[in-house]
Write a new protein. Structure first.
Length: 166
């Protein structure tokens, strides 16, 4: 019997073991239970092998630049669409300006209803950055009130009109 198990083991050398669903579940449960220990272990490995880790990361980014850029663009676009959809209050994002029919995602942007966008961006980004950083902030802050969707033309028009009122 032991010889049969040994021969079976020899025959299976070099063959990939097929992971079962229970294996994946067990691994996931282990990672969830030991999240802090795993994080600490990875950090210690990074500290001990910093130069090698950074070199591998750099090589990976260079080798996979196109795929990583594509993935990043998809991530950013999905975040923008999620915010525009939420603030449009419909499945099809569109400009909130009365009579405007623009619904092209590339032509829509988030607008601060109170007109304090510049001040708000400086407080959340430490600078005058907008774009994806603002969409991330909205998502992380559970899409707070005080924002609307406008096309770039009407957003700029709102800015001009607020300057005239002053």
């Amino acid at each position: 019997m032991a010889r049969a198990n040994f021969l079976s083991a020899i025959a299976n050398l070099g063959k990939k073991r097929i992971r079962t669903e229970s294996d994946s579940t067990r691994q996931k449960e282990y990672r969830e239970r030991n999240q802090e220990a795993i994080k600490k272990q990875r950090h210690l490995h990074y500290l001990d092998n910093r130069d090698e880790v950074l070199k591998r990361r750099r090589e990976y980014r260079e080798k996979n630049r196109a795929a990583l850029n594509k993935k990043l663009k998809e991530y950013q676009t999905n975040n923008k669409i999620a915010c525009l959809t939420y603030y449009s209050r419909s499945d099809n994002p569109a400009c909130a300006f009365p009579g405007c029919t623009i619904n092209d995602i590339d032509m829509l942007t988030i607008d601060h209803v109170d007109g304090n966008g510049s001040k708000h961006r400086r407080t959340i980004h430490g600078g005058n950055k907008g774009g994806h950083g603002t969409y991330l902030w909205l998502i992380k802050n559970k899409l707070p009130d005080g924002f609307q969707v406008l096309c770039f033309n009407h957003n700029f028009k709102k800015h001009i009109l607020s300057g005239r009122a002053e």
